[in-house]
Ligand binder design. Sequence first.
Ligand code: ATP
Length: 317
Amino acid sequence: MTAPGRTEVLPVIRVRDLAMAYGDVDVLRGVELDVHRGEVFALLGPNGAGKTTTVEILEGFRKRSGGEVSVLGTDPERAGEAWRARIGLVLQSWRDHRRWRVAELLTHFADYYPDPRDPAELLSLVGLTEQAGHQVDRLSGGQRRRLDVALGIIGRPELLFLDEPTTGFDPQARHEFHVLVERLARDEGVTVLLTTHDLAEAERLADRIAMLVGGRIRACGTPAELARRAAAQAEVRWTSDDGTPRRERTAAPSQLVWELHRHAAGPIADLEVRRPTLEDTYLHMVHRPADGEGGGDGAEGMDTDARHDVGQQVPAT
Ligand SMILES: Nc1ncnc2c1ncn2[C@@H]1O[C@H](COP(=O)(O)OP(=O)(O)OP(=O)(O)O)[C@@H](O)[C@H]1O
């Protein structure tokens, strides 16, 4: 029974034991995911890990080999037009609309949806107002990607899939895109599933991050939880009395700093403690031995959904 004041809310995306084989090659081997309403969820993993395959299955563009998938309460393999109107897509490959003018293209796509955004407002939102009358094939790579984003959100989707959305963006465009995604999630409650190789982007945008490695979710949680899970070590840097730059990796940086002070004759030069970054965590997770080669679960501090993935964990060393 549900506790008073709490209603049982189904995740927007629920994936259980998802399997996908291309021919005799197993790409996904039991993926488990829950993504909740209003959450920005990043799927990370090395090239060829199966991120796009997973996203295409969730979007209903690819038939899975096995497992259960529910997106907005429906199995994407059996979903119809009404379901499709509730999701937005920003795909990796550019759809060919080269001869259209930007504003015309948006107006054309707006007609497919029951409650579309105003094309002029949307152009302003993605920073393409000046290009409204330009032909699509005159846009730069980054401007085309902004148009992709505009097309992805024109129908006011409840769920937005962003497959490597900022590839080719300059830093300013990337920043503006991040602000836009934050606004969509925070102000409009849009759920976002993002794949990216840009770890800073994942860290900035994502409430939770899942790492897809070896066909399974190897870890899932907030960036801080993942760092804890990886037992990634902090780095302490300082300059010793004889002027030699020193650096040491440790799980207990304050202990090391205290020891340094205890033995130092005076202030410690250039003392710096660098916490583990998402990149440290990512590299650690990706290069860790595969399932079954270790023991323990390291579940400390993980939320319920993340704990779901704990069976696939092995310890840091
Ligand atoms: N249509 C297909 N037929 C056969 N193999 C495929 C097909 N699509 C993808 N693959 C293979 O499946 C694996 C996963 O590909 P996928 O594109 O899902 O990975 P990804 O994690 O999105 O990679 P990237 O980060 O490089 O975009 C790769 O080895 C790829 O070569």
